[in-house]
Design a protein around this ligand. Structure first.
Ligand code: ADE
Length: 248
């Protein structure tokens, strides 16, 4: 897979993709990630990429031309028509499910906005999808683009050691992940749940499933509507629901 990020701040992106798990995947050639500077495509003699909005209003808008030329350059290099995403607080909020779907594509281009936004016509011309990383506003699309790229990249085969690395974690199967513990057994007077050192795998799996349901119920109960729960899971859920009613 190849992901190209169109940005005014390429260095901000490059440091992230050269480190840690994503950095290793890039080094191994499992994924190619490029940060492309939109300013390099400015046709203005002062390299300007923004101007004031028609009709007045606050701040500056990014112009269509440098973004379009940047996009055409990337598309020619890819020799394919990429799926183009614009990072925007007006987009659909990113989910694990969408990241998994996007991880199956071969070519993705992400556009990062800055200032007060971009000329609407470039969105109509090249953008397939707008994605938000949450209901809050950041100063630019770079951090959201990094979040999206990380989330997509780790779903690609070979980036994480194995699918098990993410199949149990929060949101992958709708439910939040159960609590986890490592050595030492006792720390600050708190010990690890006994079942985890019992060596009894069926009991351990049952504990993990139940704690996952408990966490989701306590922190994100609305997710339980989307989860596929077995009869046993439902009985456990009823039990914790009645326990919380008693303590209310
Ligand atoms: N740009 C600014 N804020 C954003 C957000 N919440 N998600 C995606 N892009 C953004």
């Amino acid at each position: 897979m190849r992901i190209d990020i169109m940005t005014l701040f390429p260095e901000m992106c490059r440091t992230v993709f050269s480190e840690s798990i994503i950095g290793r995947a890039v080094a191994k050639g499992i994924i190619e990630i490029n940060a492309v500077n939109i300013r390099d495509f400015s046709a203005d003699k002062h390299n300007r990429v923004d101007d004031t909005p028609y009709g007045g209003g606050m701040g500056m808008l990014m112009q269509a031309q440098p973004i379009y030329d940047c996009y055409c350059h990337i598309k020619d290099e890819m020799n394919a028509v990429p799926h183009v995403i614009y990072m925007s607080p007006q987009g659909k909020v990113l989910t694990q499910e969408r990241a998994k779907e996007l991880s199956k594509l071969d070519n993705i281009v992400i556009l990062c906005g800055h200032y007060e936004g971009v000329d609407e016509r470039i969105l109509e011309e090249i953008v397939d999808e707008e994605i938000s990383i949450g209901d809050y506003v950041l100063t630019g699309g770079e951090l959201p683009a990094l979040v999206l790229t990380d989330c997509i990249a780790r779903m690609i085969d070979g980036v994480l050691p194995n699918a098990e690395a993410y199949s149990g974690e929060s949101h992958f199967n709708v439910l939040l992940e159960h609590p986890q513990y490592t050595k030492p057994f006792s720390w600050h007077g708190k010990t690890v749940p006994e079942v985890l050192i019992s060596g009894h795998h069926a009991n351990i799996d049952e504990w993990k499933r139940q704690e996952s349901i408990r966490r989701t119920f306590e922190r994100r109960p609305e997710l339980l509507d989307k989860a596929s729960l077995s009869k046993k899971d439902c009985l456990f859920l009823q039990k914790i629901k009645s326990e919380t009613k008693k303590t209310d």
